[in-house]
Write a protein that binds this ligand. Structure first.
Ligand code: 5GP
Length: 176
């Protein structure tokens, strides 16, 4: 695709998701798990991960808005809230990418208040050097450098989500 450089190929993503699925299954030893998919960016990752897991998985969806174009505003708003009860459930938040950590810090506190039995975070990507909140994901697909990425659910103004790989957008320099 023009203006995009492949950072993580489709094959690498599939291989890593299989590894994560196995790791999570081993950790939960056949217990039921509730995946909370953070819309819209995590849909591809959530589906692929769940398809590779032999245990029972319930799905919940949350949508927050915190990001506009290339820069985070830091203000998080709940757009779509949980439909089901997660009290006493083994919950894993499935996120596309951890950047500043603001979104997940907010969501972690919010979900903790619903009293799940356990609460973990699984993120496909992690941009550790951008962190402003103390937040660690329990499961991470790939640690990546501080680049704006798209594909595999991640967009730029709603574009590129359906790419089967992770690409880096090469923004054009503006003429001064
Ligand atoms: P945080 O709250 O950790 O700063 O940001 C989390 C959200 O910002 C992610 O769920 C994602 O929607 C968006 N985001 C952060 N970095 C990127 C990126 O490199 N590319 C895209 N497309 N979205 C990003």
């Amino acid at each position: 695709m023009e203006g995009l450089k492949v950072l993580i190929s489709e094959e690498e993503i599939q291989k890593r998701i299989s590894e994560l699925a196995k790791q999570i299954c081993d950790d939960y030893k056949g217990q039921d798990i509730t995946f909370i998919c953070i819309l819209k960016g995590s849909i591809f990752f959530t589906v692929e991960l769940a398809k590779k897991m032999p245990c029972d998985i319930n799905f919940e969806f949350i949508r927050v808005s915190s990001y506009h174009g290339e820069n985070s505003t830091g203000v998080i708003k709940m757009k779509v809230d949980l439909q089901g009860d997660i009290k006493d459930k083994n919950v894993i938040i499935i996120e596309d990418i951890v950047d500043t950590g603001r979104t997940l810090s907010y969501l972690k506190e919010y979900l903790k208040s619903k009293e799940p039995r356990s609460l973990k975070i699984c993120s496909m990507l992690d941009k550790k050097e951008r962190r402003v909140c103390k937040l660690d994901a329990d499961y991470v697909g790939f640690n990546i450098p501080d680049k704006f990425v798209v594909g595999y659910g991640l967009d730029v103004d709603e574009k590129y989500r359906n790419l089967p790989y992770i690409g880096v957008v090469e923004f054009e320099e503006e003429n001064s």
